[in-house]
Structure formats: structure tokens, C-alpha cells
Design a protein around this ligand. Structure first.
Ligand SMILES: Nc1c(/N=C/[C@@H](O)[C@H](O)[C@H](O)COP(=O)(O)O)[nH]c(=O)[nH]c1=O
Ligand SMILES: [Zn+2]
Length: 365
């Protein structure tokens, strides 16, 4: 049975999904070249500044690409970025047909790649498995549109919604498999964010510890008055860059002890209290395309209050903690009426070990 267009596009989307997180601030793209029912080339964009997916796939195909079809998860670029335009290269290699999953929202590209291909006589089709391509490119599309990072909030709670016991004990609520799953998200996100209370309570390393390695995200600590202990892991372990956001009232003298560490940067906002929207603007300006928010409750509350969440992940453990004062996942003022609450669309529910993983997104108006 010969494979259909969808099968080849699914393969290209799988390639793109596997490089998600490696390509920032570029999109993760996959490409597959097919001729007479044979796959003759495939590839993915592996890192910003490197060859694009189409180039890898076409170089693998070589001159067999003449008269072949290429499947690409994102409209081929038509501008001279860090590498020459893929649309030109597709034409030069003699491709006859180009199947594209989704066009590029980047105003430098939108539609130009397709026009260039069509003007050169390439048969172009747009929109195959578009929804899947939009999901793979969610962070990139959000970043291109807003110049701020796509925000994923993760929380691990007991069945009764607690993140620790009343005495603050939280090790561990969810099981090993769920905690390992979290590291996949750390690898995929450009930065991870916690509040200083989490640093003080847990002294987390916030690094990616997957069996096969993985990229450590930049560690962001929201710490208005710079209470992060100078001997905290995120300051001393040299495992990843750490950016501490403070308010404007921290004396320079106090910052010195941190700034001596070569991977620690202090970013003082020109405000008394840190505001998460301001933090996202700064992160976006520094090329952070995706942000993984690991709490704690006050931080989660700030992101919820300002409606800055793009994806919400809850790991729910089959445990009951109880206790009136035991902390829950989201603090802050919260909404006063049910009508004001943030309605979500559940995207995925799955068991991870003994825990339930729920992935949701704010319901589109
Ligand atoms: N208590 C729990 C979590 N707790 C999450 C944060 O409070 C921890 O500080 C953070 O994960 C520690 O990061 P590390 O030092 O890099 O390992 N997160 C989870 O998924 N399950 C839990 O049961
Ligand atoms: Zn390109």
C-alpha cells in the first residue's frame, strides 16, 4: 500500500516535534522528500544558525530531487536569514511539488515563500495537517506575534489539590515517572521560572536530568528584594545561567555577591514590585521563546491573574494530604466569582506511572 501525503507529512511533523526546544528562537521544522513512493531524503532544523530542514532533506536526496515532492511542516523561508532562502533551493533542486502544513506568520515570510515557488512553476499545496503543525509551532507562533515567551505552567498536586503538607513537606507528591516527564518540558523550554520562596524552601537545581542528557533551560528567579541565598544551587552549581529579577530598591552592594558568579545575572526592573508582564517583555527581548513556570503558588497566582498562561499542566497524585493550611497550586487574590474564573480546554489526559497528567489551555473566546 503506497503511503499517502498525510503519512509523509506525519513523518515530517514527527521530525519537527523531536527537535522542539533545540531551535529557539527559530521554529522546529521537519521536511521529507519523496519520489515515486520512495522516501529519498528527510531532515529537521537542528539549531538556530544551522541548515533548515529543507536543506538537510534535499542534500540527502541529491539529484534524485528532480521531479520529486517535498513535504514541509512550515512554509519554506524566502528571506536571507542566517542561511540562504529555502524556497530558492527547492526550485534549484528541481522539486516539482511542495506540500506545506502551515504558512509562516513571520511578516518577513508570510506567503512570499509560496509565491516564489508558484512563480517558478512548483505545484504548491497548503494546509495538510495544519492543526498538528500549529501545535508543534505553538511557542514560535506565539513569540512571533507577541515578542514574549509562550508560557507553560506546571504544578504537581495531591488529589485534594495540595502541593505540600501543612508543615511544608513535599518530597515527593508525584512519582518518579511524572517527575521525569517534567524534565522533558525543561529540555524543551528556553527558560524555567520559579519564585524566591521555592528557592528558599526547596533549593532546586532546575536543571534537565534526562537519561539521554538534554538542554538546561535558563533559570529565572523572581525575587523583588533579592532574598535568594548566595549559596543556593542556582547560584553556585554553574550548571546553567541564572537570571534573578529584582525590584529597583536593592542596594548595589547587595548585588555584588551574586554578580561575582559568571553565570548569574541580576535584572532590576524599574519598579518597587515585580510584575510578571514586565518580566515576560524582558525575556522576550532576550530571545526567550518559551517559558516553563514551576511555581510556587504565589507566582502561579500572578500569571493566572494577568491571564498570561498558554498551557497548563497538572500532575495529580493518588494521595490525600488534607490540612486547612496546606498550600495549594495557585495562590494570589484569585477570582471572586465563578463567572470570572479562567475556563480551560482539556487537551490531553494520561496516566504517568500512578499519577494523572492533565494538559489544558485557556479556552479561546
Ligand atoms: N514536590 C514535587 C515537585 N516540586 C517542584 C518544585 O517545588 C521543586 O523545587 C523542583 O521540582 C525541584 O527541582 P530539582 O531540584 O531540579 O529537582 N514537583 C513535582 O513534579 N512533583 C513533586 O512531588
Ligand atoms: Zn528555510
Amino acid at each position: 500500500m503506497s503511503l499517502k501525503d498525510e503519512d509523509y507529512m506525519r513523518f515530517a511533523l514527527k521530525l519537527a516535534g523531536k527537535v522542539a526546544g533545540q531551535t529557539s528562537p527559530n521554529p522546529p521544522v521537519g521536511a521529507v522528500v519523496v519520489k515515486e513512493g520512495q522516501i529519498i531524503g528527510f531532515g529537521a532544523h537542528l539549531k538556530a544558525g544551522g541548515s533548515h530542514a529543507e536543506v538537510h532533506a534535499l542534500q540527502m536526496a541529491g539529484e534524485k530531487a528532480i521531479g520529486a515532492t517535498i513535504y514541509v511542516t512550515l512554509e519554506p523561508c524566502s528571506h536571507h536569514g542566517k542561511t540562504p532562502p529555502c524556497a530558492d533551493y527547492i526550485i534549484e533542486m528541481g522539486i516539482k511539488r511542495c506540500v506545506i502544513a502551515v504558512s509562516d506568520p513571520n511578516e518577513k515570510v508570510a506567503g512570499r515563500g509560496i509565491t516564489k515557488l508558484r512563480d517558478a512553476g512548483v505545484d504548491v499545496e497548503l494546509g495538510l495537517l495544519q492543526e498538528k503543525a500549529e501545535a508543534v509551532n505553538a511557542a514560535f507562533f506565539h513569540y512571533i506575534k507577541t515578542k514574549t515567551p509562550y508560557v507553560t505552567m506546571k504544578s504537581a498536586v495531591s488529589l485534594d489539590g495540595k502541593t505540600a503538607t501543612a508543615t511544608g513537606d513535599s518530597k515527593w507528591i508525584t512519582g518518579k515517572k511524572a517527575r521525569l516527564d517534567v524534565h522533558e518540558y525543561r529540555h524543551k523550554h528556553d527558560a524555567i521560572l520559579v519564585g524566591v520562596n521555592t528557592i528558599i524552601a526547596d533549593n532546586p537545581s532546575l536543571t534537565t536530568r534526562l537519561a539521554g542528557g538534554g538542554k538546561n533551560p535558563v533559570r529565572i528567579v523572581l525575587d523583588t528584594s533579592l532574598r535568594t541565598p548566595v549559596d543556593a544551587a542556582v547560584i553556585t552549581d554553574n550548571q546553567a545561567d541564572t537570571w534573578i529579577f529584582t525590584g529597583k530598591n536593592v542596594p548595589d552592594e547587595k548585588k555584588k555577591a551574586y554578580q561575582q558568579r559568571n553565570r548569574v545575572t541580576i535584572i532590576s526592573l524599574d519598579r518597587d514590585q515585580i510584575n510578571v508582564s514586565a518580566v515576560l517583555q524582558v525575556l522576550g527581548s532576550k530571545g526567550i521563546m518559551s517559558l516553563f513556570v514551576e511555581g510556587g503558588a504565589a507566582i502561579n497566582g500572578a500569571f493566572l491573574q494577568e491571564n498570561l498562561l498558554n498551557e497548563i499542566i497538572f500532575y495529580i497524585a493518588p494521595k490525600l494530604i488534607g490540612g486547612k493550611t496546606a498550600p495549594t497550586a495557585i495562590a494570589g487574590p484569585g477570582f471572586q466569582s465563578i463567572a470570572e474564573t479562567l475556563s480551560l480546554r482539556i487537551k490531553d489526559v494520561e496516566m504517568i506511572g500512578e499519577d494523572i497528567k492533565i494538559v489544558a489551555e485557556p479556552k479561546k473566546e
